[in-house]
Design a protein. Structure first.
Length: 485
């Protein structure tokens, strides 16, 4: 079978290796995606060579992209450089497992087939020749092409061997199955279940990279179900595993919060590629197990799960090695606020409640509304429709209030510094009380969002607290005196 990659990068590479009298093949993800004709194919081109991968990478770089930087990973015998949109990586064919992240250096040279059989899956072990006499020819000793056609993820060797070479491959199997919409071969799947515990020897960084790829799939729920079924989920993400299950008391059952969270994740994934909003969807009910209560009169409740859930986010992010920055804060905010629009929609929607929601959500209000809509997973179409219509009303009201009052990124017109200066006081409790009073009065529509009205209220509140407007320089004078002493 001949597959001639049309991009002339390969023709150039072929000329280079021929001139160097070296044998080389394109292998791995690029070949897989090329054959699958994927919409967004792999931009990494992996080249396996019989001989020294680093030397040939340097020579290829100087011919293709003179002056470009070549990154060398001597321990793994690999080197790569960037050319056009592509990262081209060279590796010497090896007898040992192909694991970039293993600490043990790979030294022993092997044949092409040695190299192919130590790769993760048959579909990733396909190699296309760059050699002059066989240019474009496919080498496929493990029927990878057949597996591509049948949409099967299968290891080239006995799966226990392939997975023990690098346990991350268990997660990769699931990720590829979901990403490509493939099925995992039975023997391979059974081996994941029996080796699941070995995932614990890996760094969290590697695990989270795969989890993120699963989350970014079109239908991520499938990945989480496979992770759960194989026993990987309880190793890597126990909080999510504990959402699973339904308890029934006196004939009353609550919903399975694991399946519900996955449904919400799928729903949001149809609307957005924002990975953090997807994370928020996955985690929005994470505190339900911890807040679950049964009452004979009212049935099941999960009171305060949004706040406890919000509190759990930093710890989950820290442990999973997700970023502890604004992204974490965003997910936390989404989890904390996820009930607000729906609660609002069930009451009479007052201007002041809408203003508060806008104030609390700020620029993330549209994301919050998406999350809230995704959270409606009722199987009863009429109920679903009713909830969505109510949320639509909230959306209208949000727009109306935003146009009228612009509170989305609202900053009260009188701030803490002004309060301190006006009353000649030091930062402390009083400043907070006055600030909150001004904010609440504006959000509740008691005073307009204007400077004069806010200043007036500041003076009134100050008076109630026994403060008198003083010399604006007083505090500075006091501080200066303190410094002198
Ligand atoms: N590989 C492997 N075992 C691993 C990682 C990688 O055998 N744990 C091999 C596979 O042949 C894979 C190739 O190295 O195709 C390149 O790895 P990588 O870039 O991580 O994966 P891709 O298949 O290119 O897919 P993606 O870019 O989507 O991760």
């Amino acid at each position: 079978m001949h597959i001639c990659p049309d991009d002339n990068i390969f023709i150039k590479l072929s000329e280079i290796i021929t001139a160097e009298n070296i044998k080389a093949w394109v292998i791995g993800g690029y070949v897989r995606d090329y054959i699958l004709k994927r919409d967004n194919p792999d931009k990494d081109i992996d080249i396996v060579v019989l001989g020294n991968g680093i030397d040939i990478a340097r020579k290829a770089a100087s011919r293709l992209a003179p002056g470009t930087n070549v990154s060398v990973f001597r321990n793994f015998g690999t080197a790569m450089f960037r050319y056009k949109d592509y990262d081209i990586e060279f590796v010497g064919a090896r007898k040992e497992s192909y694991d970039r992240n293993s600490r043990k250096p790979v030294v022993e040279n092997g044949t092409l087939e040695d190299d192919q059989k130590r790769r993760d899956f048959t579909i990733n072990a396909l190699a296309i020749s760059l050699n002059k006499e066989t240019y474009g020819e496919l080498t496929d000793p493990f029927n990878g092409l057949d597996d591509l056609r049948k949409k099967i993820i299968r290891t080239p060797l006995d799966p226990d061997t392939t997975f023990s070479d690098d346990p991350l491959r268990m997660m990769r199997a699931i990720r590829f199955a979901v990403q490509l919409d493939f099925r995992i071969d039975d023997e391979t799947l059974a081996s994941i279940s029996s080796n699941a515990e070995r995932i614990n020897i890996l760094s969290r960084e590697r695990i989270i990279a795969e989890l993120n790829k699963i989350i970014m799939c079109r239908k991520p729920s499938r990945g989480f179900i496979l992770l759960e079924e194989t026993g990987l989920l309880k190793m890597v993400f126990p909080e999510l595993e504990s959402l699973k299950g339904v308890e029934t008391i006196e004939g009353k059952a609550h919903k399975d919060n694991f399946l519900h969270s996955l449904k919400v994740l799928d729903n949001i994934s149809r609307k957005t590629d924002n990975i953090w909003l997807r994370w928020a969807a996955l985690l929005h009910d994470i505190a339900k197990p911890a807040t679950r209560k049964y009452d004979q009169e009212t049935g099941w409740s999960f009171h305060g799960h949004e706040f406890l859930g919000g509190k759990m986010i930093p710890e989950i992010f820290r442990r999973l090695k997700l970023p502890m920055n604004d992204r974490m804060k965003y997910v936390r905010k989404m989890v904390e606020l996820h009930l607000r629009p729906i609660v609002l929609s069930q009451e009479i929607v007052t201007d002041s409640a809408v203003r508060r929601l806008l104030f609390d959500a700020g620029d993330d209000i549209d994301d919050l509304m998406l999350l809230c809509e995704a959270d409606i997973t009722s199987k009863n179409e009429a109920t679903k429709k009713r909830h969505l219509e109510k949320l639509q009303l909230v959306r209208h009201k949000l727009k109306e209030i935003e146009e009228k009052d612009a509170v989305r990124n609202f900053k009260p017109p009188v701030d803490g510094t002004e309060i301190i200066r006006t009353f000649g006081i030091k930062p402390g409790k009083e400043v907070g009380i006055i600030k909150n009073a001004i904010r609440d009065a504006i959000l509740d529509g008691i005073i307009p969002n204007e400077y004069e009205a806010a200043r007036q209220l500041m003076l009134e509140k100050g008076k109630e607290l026994g403060l008198v407007p003083g010399d604006p320089n007083a505090v500075q004078d006091q501080e200066a005196q303190a410094d002198d002493r």
